[in-house]
Design a protein around this ligand. Structure first.
Ligand code: BTN
Length: 251
């Protein structure tokens, strides 16, 4: 159903489409050892039967309405301690895409949810393979809600609900893959500071006082950044606290 991408150097040049699969991340991981799995290989499906999300959650989406795909990257030049930059790359690419569609209120909710207002429009599941000090391969799974109009939860939205029109999945994919490549090349060229600046500039609740839940207690704090490992830095009345993925919830 999907065509290989023309306007990129390597992302989407090898495109594997399957009408249905349990999870494109699982399929991409199983393809890792194949010699045809070159960097930039995209695995895409119309229907995932066991789509996986962050924190062990499921990723449920209406078949044929949205984008569910994985990109295989080989960032062997990326030190393990900098692996959070892959998150900044993909989050920013999705944000760049939404801005092109005129969705100026889109934000990146740390670490890698794309939200419009308080509603989630896309999520990212990055699974890295590490050897020694470097990330050898990275499977970047993206779920992006494009044309779905109804959701089981009130906290989800789609591009179509946001823009008031339906969109070609093929067109959105082509554009998104181009943006992922551009941001990835920025990382490969060592532009860490620029990526971090851009990430903070579009971060949900950045420098705003808000409520969070951690260690069983609700507290007020202000997100003031992320550290080099990607931990969230929150300023509270008494101190600056650092949180990993499962250690804090937005209230
Ligand atoms: C999240 O926000 O929890 C991350 C969602 C990631 C979903 C995508 S859909 C394509 C790829 N395959 C999966 O099983 N998960 C990711």
């Amino acid at each position: 159903m999907y065509k290989t991408v023309e306007d990129t150097l390597f992302i989407g040049k090898n495109l594997v489409f399957v009408p249905e699969c349990p999870s494109t991340n699982d399929l991409a991981i199983s393809l890792l050892r194949s010699p045809t799995s070159t960097e930039g290989t995209v695995v895409i499906t119309n229907r995932q039967t066991s789509g996986r999300g962050q924190r062990g959650n499921q990723w449920l989406t209406e078949p044929g309405q949205n984008l569910t795909f994985s990109v295989l990257l080989k960032p062997h030049w990326l030190p393990v301690k900098n692996q959070f930059f892959l998150t900044t790359v993909v989050s920013l690419a999705l944000h760049d895409l939404l801005r092109d569609f005129g969705v100026n209120e889109a934000r990146v909710k740390w670490p890698n949810d794309l939200v419009v207002g308080e509603k989630k429009i896309g999520g990212i599941l990055i699974e890295n393979q590490v050897q020694g000090d470097a990330v050898t391969t990275s499977v970047v799974g993206i779920g992006f809600n494009v044309n779905q109009l109804q959701f089981a939860v009130s906290t989800a939205t789609s591009l179509s609900l946001t823009t008031g029109m339906s969109h070609s999945l093929e067109g959105v994919l082509q554009s998104l893959l181009g943006k992922i490549e551009a941001r990835y090349l920025q990382l490969r060229n060592g532009k860490h500071a620029a990526l971090l600046d851009d990430y903070l500039a579009v971060m949900h609740r950045y420098q705003q006082v808000a409520r969070y839940l951690a260690d069983g207690a609700i507290f007020e704090g202000t997100i003031i950044g992320v550290d080099e490992w990607g931990k969230l830095k929150v300023q509270t009345s008494g101190s600056t606290r650092l949180f990993g993925l499962k250690e804090i919830q937005y209230v």
